[in-house]
Design a protein around this ligand. Structure first.
Ligand code: OFO
Length: 166
C-alpha cells in the first residue's frame, strides 16, 4: 500500500499522460493533413509513447494494490497556426508535465514513500530527455526557417522519438 495522497496524484497523472497522447495525436493528424510526413510520424510515435506512460502509471498502481480510475479526457485542439507554434506548444506542454512529475516527487518526500520515489525516477529522467529533444527540434526549425520547411520535415525523420528507442 502507498499513501492516499500518492495514490491520488498518480491517478491524476494518468489523465495527464493520456491527454498528452491525445494532444500529440491531434497534432500528428493536423501535420499529416498539411502534408508533413516526417513531422506527423514523429508525433504519432510520441502519442504512442505518452499512452505507454499512462499504462505505466496504471500498472504501478495495480502493483501496489491501489485503485485505478480511468479518467475522462478533455478534447485537444484540432487546428494549429503553423509548425513552429505547434512545437512551441509541445515544449510548453512537456515543461508542464515535468512540473507535474516533480510534484509527485515532492508528495513522495512529504509522505516518506520511498518505493514510489524510486519508481518515479524513470519519469524524472524521461522528462529531461523529452524536453531536450523538443528543444533540438525547435533549434533545427529556427535554422531552417519557414521557407525550408520541406527540408525540416525530411530532417524530422532523423530525430527519433522516445517511442522508437524503446
Ligand atoms: Fe512527456 O512523457 Fe509522458 O511523462
Amino acid at each position: 500500500m502507498i499513501s492516499k495522497k500518492v495514490a491520488e496524484i498518480l491517478n491524476e497523472q494518468i489523465e495527464k499522460e493520456f491527454y498528452s497522447s491525445n494532444l500529440y495525436l491531434a497534432m500528428a493528424v493536423w501535420a499529416d493533413k498539411e502534408g508533413y510526413p516526417g513531422i506527423s510520424k514523429w508525433l504519432y510515435d510520441q502519442a504512442e509513447e505518452e499512452r505507454m506512460h499512462g499504462f505505466k502509471f496504471i500498472h504501478y498502481l495495480l502493483d501496489v494494490d491501489e485503485k485505478v480510475t480511468i479518467p475522462e479526457l478533455k478534447q485537444p485542439p484540432a487546428e494549429f497556426d503553423n509548425v513552429k507554434s505547434m512545437f512551441n506548444q509541445v515544449l510548453k506542454h512537456e515543461q508542464y508535465i515535468s512540473d507535474s512529475i516533480n510534484g509527485i516527487v515532492k508528495v513522495c518526500h512529504e509522505t516518506n514513500d520511498y518505493r514510489t520515489m524510486n519508481w518515479i525516477q524513470y519519469f524524472v529522467s524521461e522528462q529531461i530527455e523529452e524536453e531536450s529533444t523538443v528543444r533540438t527540434i525547435l533549434d533545427k526549425l529556427n535554422l531552417a526557417g519557414e521557407k525550408n520547411i520541406f527540408w525540416f520535415d525530411k530532417e524530422m525523420e532523423t530525430i527519433r522519438s522516445a517511442a522508437s528507442e524503446d
